[in-house]
Every structure is written in structure tokens, then in C-alpha cells.
Design a protein around this ligand. Structure first.
Ligand SMILES: [Zn+2]
Length: 319
């Protein structure tokens, strides 16, 4: 599919004001080479109301089944406005902000939507960072030095990788970790950075196995060094400071540890696309990923301990 997205709010309103228009857009994203039956693979199908009925086996399929829009009772144009709002605001949206903009009656609905959308902000097969990458950990939560306000968050440890792009920052990755041991740090490094890259860290022993894992390890010992950590690893520290400001600003510190990882995903999604020439492209990317990730219910969001395993095929039949 050619990247197709509204350029501004007027175009969003003009192109996606009806259920049919939104459905048709989601169909082009989900089946870029045309509908094919999830059961028998047949490409012969005809529309029956809002469903596709397969000419091969008779199965009826909905474009929203098995996506984050599954079972929604809200019209799709409202969802599209939510996606637009979340992707076009420089700092994203809080649940309260989204509730106001969409005129939703319930705060919980806005909160749940944002959590569903955050799950579509991680690309399943995302590229690894490469080249020269700064890696460091930081605590978020509690009283933040130099920032007004307090994160309503028990202190949580977050590890961040920031790719160098000349003097600037390329793409980033981040994750909450239990502790700063090698056992916690190394899986993050391996899953975030391509082998053969240069990993730049401080002298913390948790990073000692970096070289054994197929990377070049550039260590800067901070102790006794006149420069501060933020001068020696400026990119990763710039990201940390932006992350903390975002959690305090847009979300006013109201982020719990249980949900922190999803907020980190949202921050990363937006940060890695900050130079995108069009905000509409972010909308496109989010919509595209929204039809590729599994549905999540409010219960699954609130009780994430009942962990979902690997992506299982979701029932796509609607009868
Ligand atoms: Zn079929």
C-alpha cells in the first residue's frame, strides 16, 4: 500500500468521517494485496454488511477482529480521531486530554484507549540499533532532582540505548529492568543493538560482558573524571531528561510501575519519528500497526500479571 494518510485535521474529517471509510482504510492496511481468507486463503470474497464472506469456505471475517479495534462499541471515526490526536500532538495525549477532545463520557474509556494504542506503538519486527550506541540506566520516579513536581511512581530502574547520529541522537530503545546486574542489562543490549556495534557505557561492572557478546565495548570511567556523566554520554542523558519531563508534563507523574513499559514504548515511538516531515505519517504507522497487534481488554491491561504468551492466532470469525 502506498503510504496514505490525512495531512491535517480537515483531511481527517473529510476522508474518515464514516464507518465505511475507516473500515476500507483498515482493510487496505491489513490486506495490502487484497482480502484473503484467514481460514482457506481464498481471495474470492464479497461484502456482507460490515464483513467479508469467503467464496471458498463461507467464513465471515471482520477487518477489526483480531486487532486492537476488536469488539469496540465506539464508531471507528472516533477511534481515528483518537489516533490522530495521539500522533499529532508533539507530546502525545493524557487520558484526560483525550477524554476532553473526543467528548468521551468516561475517563476510563480514554485511559483504556490510550493503553490499547500504546500496544500498537511497538513494531513487532523492529530493526536493531547499530553503529555507536550509548547505553546507561537511570531511576525514574520519586522526587526528581531539577524538575518541578513528583512522579507518582515508586522508583523504577530504566535502561536506555541511544544511537549516535553525528553529534545528535539517532533512534533509541528503553526498557524497565529489575536491577542493574548483567543478567538484566545484557538481554536488553542483545535485543536492542546489532552485533558488531560499539557500545559506549560507564565503568559499571554490569556491562562487563558486553565484549563477550559480540560488541565492541567503549568504557568511559566517570570516577575522578572532571566531566559529568551527562557530558560524557550526552545523548543518553538528553533522552533521560526528556523522558522524565514527558512523564511529569503530559502525564503529570501519574504513571504506575505496572504500566511504565507501555509509556516507554509510546515515548520511543514518538522520539524515533520526531524528524518525520509529516505528522500524518505517524498516524499512518499507528493505524498500520493497530491492525497487526492482538486485541487487549481492559482486564488484561489492569491485570497484566496474567501474562499473554507469544502472539497466538486470534479467532477472526465473526458470526
Ligand atoms: Zn475461506
Amino acid at each position: 500500500m502506498v503510504e496514505e494518510y490525512p495531512r491535517d485535521l480537515t483531511e481527517l474529517g473529510a476522508n474518515f468521517s464514516t464507518e465505511e471509510a475507516c473500515r476500507s482504510y483498515l482493510e487496505r492496511l491489513r490486506w495490502p494485496s487484497g482480502f484473503h481468507c484467514p481460514r482457506c486463503g481464498s481471495r474470492k470474497a464479497w461484502p456482507v454488511g460490515q464483513l467479508w464472506e469467503c467464496g471458498g469456505c463461507g467464513r465471515q471475517t471482520s477487518v477489526t477482529a483480531g486487532t486492537i479495534f476488536q469488539d469496540t462499541r465506539t464508531p471507528l471515526p472516533v477511534w481515528f480521531r483518537a489516533m490522530w490526536w495521539v500522533t499529532t500532538q508533539k507530546n502525545g495525549a493524557s487520558a484526560l486530554g483525550l477524554q476532553r477532545v473526543l467528548g468521551l463520557k468516561s475517563y476510563q474509556t480514554a485511559w483504556t484507549w490510550l493503553h490499547k494504542l500504546r500496544r500498537a506503538m511497538v513494531r513487532p519486527e523492529r530493526d536493531l540499533l547499530a553503529g555507536r550506541v550509548e547505553v546507561d540506566e537511570c531511576y525514574v520516579g520519586g522526587l526528581e532532582e531539577g524538575l518541578p513536581g513528583r512522579l507518582n511512581l515508586q522508583k523504577a530502574l530504566v535502561v536506555i540505548a541511544a544511537q549516535e547520529d553525528g553529534p545528535g541522537i539517532g533512534r533509541i530503545r528503553m526498557r524497565q529492568i529489575m536491577d542493574a546486574s548483567s543478567e538484566s542489562l545484557m538481554p536488553f543490549v542483545r535485543e536492542s543493538v546489532a552485533p558488531g556495534s560499539i557500545i559506549h557505557t560507564d565503568g559499571w561492572p554490569g556491562y562487563a560482558p558486553v565484549a563477550k557478546n559480540g560488541y565492541r565495548h567503549d568504557v568511559t570511567i566517570l570516577k575522578g573524571n572532571k566531566q559529568t556523566a551527562s557530558q560524557l554520554m550526552p545523548r543518553v542523558h538528553r533522552v533521560i531528561s526528556l523522558l522524565k519531563r514527558w512523564l511529569l508534563g503530559t502525564h503529570q507523574g501519574a504513571v504506575s510501575r505496572k504500566h511504565l513499559d507501555h509509556y516507554l514504548d509510546e515515548f520511543t515511538f514518538r522520539f524515533n519519528r520526531r524528524k518525520s516531515t509529516s505528522r500524518g505519517k505517524l498516524f499512518f504507522r499507528l493505524a498500520q500497526q493497530a491492525v497487526m497487534v492482538d486485541p487487549t481488554t481492559y482486564d488484561q491491561i489492569v491485570h497484566p500479571t496474567a501474562k499473554k504468551g507469544k502472539r497466538k492466532p486470534q479467532p477472526i470469525v465473526v458470526t
